[in-house]
Design a protein around this ligand. Structure first.
Ligand SMILES: [Zn+2]
Length: 106
């Protein structure tokens, strides 16, 4: 069963215990992206979207855009994100990380 779902067995067993399930694909909202990539400011997602750094949303729920988790997973795999470890903040460009380091950590 784990193989059929494409989920590692360990994770599936854990999910069976916690009641989570991967049978339904997850949708991520802007707030989920912010949490996942450490984007504290709400403007970060819209900024990255304006600059075309983020994939186009897979759908829209009222006023809120959303992405399949797999879309974001694929994007993250494709783009080498630059993480500032002390802040747990992901930058989509190396320049962005460098600027941040200079501004915040120097
Ligand atoms: Zn930092």
């Amino acid at each position: 069963m784990a193989q059929a779902l494409g989920v590692p067995l360990e994770r599936l067993v854990k999910q069976l215990h916690t009641g989570e399930s991967e049978l339904l694909p997850r949708r991520l909202m802007s707030t989920d992206l912010r949490e996942r990539f450490g984007w504290a400011s709400s403007s970060t997602v819209s900024l990255y979207r304006r600059k075309g750094r983020l994939p186009a949303p897979d759908g829209r729920d009222g006023q809120r855009d959303w992405w399949w988790e797999t879309t974001i997973d694929a994007w993250e795999t494709e783009h080498e994100l630059s993480w500032c470890r002390p802040c747990s903040h992901a930058f989509v460009t190396k320049v962005g990380l460098k600027e941040h380091r200079t501004r915040v950590h120097d």
